[in-house]
Write a protein that binds this ligand. Structure first.
Ligand code: GRG
Length: 291
């Protein structure tokens, strides 16, 4: 099966799972449940859950065991986007091609929706049909990646350093925490579910870190080379918010070179695994993507 077709199949599995979420609301909460579905079902590439499914599949794991944890990663990612778009943070009005959550439902509901999505992610993980040790491992992985030393810490550093001349090392830390940590976790969660041995887990970690970096560099590039309609969010927001980016440090071509190097590193990390073809293709897709 061609990679695009394979990716779409995994994407629709996740879409169907998410579409089944936040239904059957107890009566007084019907409108609240409906509200939560707005950012969750607004589209998006579903990169993180697809990664979890793909890694688990590469390791010969059963897909039905991986759905809850995969969906949990998308819930956390969606919460981060909803909160990131708030006026107190990046103040954006367009996301996934639609008006942002706070524009449609108000700021208080956007904050609460983010809180609910984050919390519900851990309910999903707790209910996953996995051995208790795997559930605990996934909780640790996901909470660390999304918490103070991961995504939240990265967001703090990002906002703290807006408009400042920061050294490249700081930019690297921001990227690793804000974007890289959750992508790395998505890969490692697939490893936990698929029972990866230590050598495999190390290789997966190297792959996850490399694609996380490539993804963020491509995000920096698209912010200056794309347009709102293609990207589904407002381009130029890094310049508007006076943020340090790979493009600012290295120019567009320099950033493209760095992204290609990261992809080569990712492909290399998995080169000794014979069924890693789709994961290698995914690494390349990360820098070929237009949105
Ligand atoms: C609010 C705690 C908190 C964290 C926010 C992820 C994040 C941290 C902010 C998003 C801002 C941003 C543009 C980050 C750069 C990379 C990124 C995460 C882009 C969006 O992810 P995609 O491209 O989005 O996977 P889709 O819509 O496809 O899911």
């Amino acid at each position: 099966m061609h990679f695009q077709e394979y990716y779409r199949a995994k994407q629709s599995l996740i879409e169907r799972y998410l579409d089944g979420s936040f239904r059957n609301a107890p009566d007084p909460l019907a409108s609240y449940y409906e509200m939560l579905r707005y950012p969750l079902l607004a589209g998006g590439k579903r990169l993180r859950p697809v990664l979890t499914l793909m890694v688990n599949e590469m390791l010969g794991g059963d897909e039905t065991n991986a759905l809850e944890a995969a969906a949990a990663l998308e819930l956390i990612h969606t919460y981060s986007l909803v909160h990131d778009d708030l006026p107190a943070m990046d103040d954006d009005d367009l996301r996934r091609g639609k008006p942002t959550m706070h524009v449609v439902h108000g700021e208080a509901n956007a904050i609460l929706a983010g809180d609910a999505l984050l919390t519900h992610a851990f309910t999903l993980i707790a209910n996953a049909p996995l051995p208790p040790a795997a559930v605990v491992g996934i909780v640790r992985e996901v909470s660390v990646a999304s918490g103070i030393s991961g995504m939240v810490g990265g967001q703090f550093l990002d906002l703290e350093n807006e408009g400042k001349d920061i050294p490249f090392e700081t930019l690297r830390t921001i990227h690793e925490c804000k974007t890289g940590a959750l992508i790395r976790a998505a890969v490692r969660v697939g490893g936990i579910i698929g029972n990866a041995d230590e050598r495999t887990f190390d290789a997966l970690t190297a792959y996850g870190e490399a694609i996380g970096l490539a993804f963020q560099i491509q995000d920096d590039i698209l912010d200056v080379t794309s347009d709102n309609a293609t990207l589904g969010k407002n381009v130029g927001s890094d310049v508007k918010n006076n943020k340090a980016t790979y493009v600012k440090f290295f120019g567009i071509e320099g950033a493209q070179r760095k992204a290609a190097e990261a992809v080569a590193k990712a492909v290399d990390a998995l080169s000794s695994f014979k069924s890693s073809g789709y994961l290698s293709a995914l690494a390349r897709y990360i820098i070929d993507r237009k949105s």
